[in-house]
Design a protein. Structure first.
Length: 120
């Protein structure tokens, strides 16, 4: 599923209910809540804070998807095309950070354009 389809599916889900989209600051609070749940799971797995006895391990992928769902909802509510925004962000990183990190390929340009071609 690409981001356009993801935004459309989230819109179809939310639009079927009378309540519709939450206001932006409510969505922001929900996003922070979900990021907190993701942080909690990562902290349990990789940090010093271990789980309580009997506390079940959560599904890391689903915690990430919870974050994405709320971000998609916020983008829809705000009229943001996340596919276009991600393209612009990847280009920003390509321009800004192409020489910032040690390359595995010995110095070729960054390839975050999705082509996989080292010489597009
Ligand atoms: Mg969650």
């Amino acid at each position: 599923m690409d981001l356009k389809e993801a935004q459309a599916r989230v819109d179809a889900w939310i639009s079927q209910f009378e309540e519709g989209y939450w206001p932006p600051l409510v969505n922001l609070a929900r996003l922070v809540e979900e990021v907190g749940e993701l942080a909690r799971e990562l902290n349990h797995r990789h940090g010093a804070k271990t789980k309580k006895p009997g506390e079940p391990e959560q599904d890391l992928a689903l915690e990430m998807a919870d974050v994405l769902f709320v971000l998609l909802a916020l983008a829809n509510e705000q009229g943001v095309d996340l596919s276009d925004a991600l393209e612009r962000t990847l280009e920003k990183y390509r321009v800004r950070d192409s020489t910032r990190w040690a390359r595995k390929d010995g110095g070729k340009d960054a390839l975050i354009d999705g082509t996989g071609d080292p010489n597009p």
